[in-house]
Ligand binder design. Sequence first.
Ligand SMILES: Nc1nc2c(ncn2[C@@H]2O[C@H](COP(=O)(O)OP(=O)(O)OP(=O)(O)O)[C@@H](O)[C@H]2O)c(=O)[nH]1
Ligand SMILES: [Mg+2]
Length: 275
Amino acid sequence: MQATGDSGLDIPWAEADAIIFVVDAQDDYFDALSKLNQVILQGYRSNPDIHFHVFINKVDGLSDDYKYDTQRDIEQRVHEELIDSSHEFQDPASTEPFRLEAEVKLRFHLTSVFESSIFVAFSRIQQRLMQEERKTAAAAEEPESGQDDQDKPSEKRISLHDAVEQACNLLCSSCSLEKAYIFDVPSRTFVGCDTSPFDLPLFDVMFQYTKFLTEFSDLYMAVTADTSKSTRTWSASVVRLGSDTSVAFWQLNKYDFNIARFRTTIDQLERLAAP
Ligand SMILES: Nc1nc2c(ncn2[C@@H]2O[C@H](COP(=O)(O)OP(=O)(O)OP(=O)(O)O)[C@@H](O)[C@H]2O)c(=O)[nH]1
Ligand SMILES: [Mg+2]
């Protein structure tokens, strides 16, 4: 018999940063939610820093009203199960009741593999993990106990997530852009955007545009570039969609997503966009 919170899954919990749990919104999800509860309990017990992301998937077949009702229903059920399981984590020495539902890092995403929503969900997860980098970086820079920290520089290292956001904000204000996203083109996810509200129809335009560019770029694969004449090697493209809408694409670096190289690119971008 399984112990409470034993999901039966063989996962190296201590090394996991995030767990994605997919629930089929077009099917009966009660069994899936009790499995999810076991996964959360076991994961949290082994590593309280894990981020749990629940994909409420196949929502393309549901009406808008039903979609949000389903999300509310799932969130509420998961929440209640976490409240019921909280006593398992209660520290007997503490007089404060332990609230697992408040402690666990849990997010829900409405997704469909036939829409951009699944890519938005993966992007959000990526960004949450980039936020986390700040804690690791800050913790690494914290002076060891007993050390004199008077000579420490006062500048705090910000997270990659915040740096991307600042760079996008600067780009928008200096270049009068409505919205700026930084995309990882091969995975079709975005690593960050400016702080103006997320607009799904606007995002979809850009999302389709990057797909179009990727597909189009294959046409040039066989063309041998005359590198002696070339003045630039990175791609750029602008398309005008209407009298007041244009989409512009600039390649920032040459390689697949790499955090260290990407930070350098962001630093350069911030300097360029600075007024
Ligand atoms: N409409 C829709 N279909 C999806 C989505 N994601 C996966 N599918 C389809 O779901 C089918 C696979 O069925 P699933 O229910 O995921 O598989 P399963 O749960 O292992 O199989 P069952 O026991 O039959 O439910 C494939 O045909 C996929 O194309 C989605 O977001 N929306
Ligand atoms: Mg199924």
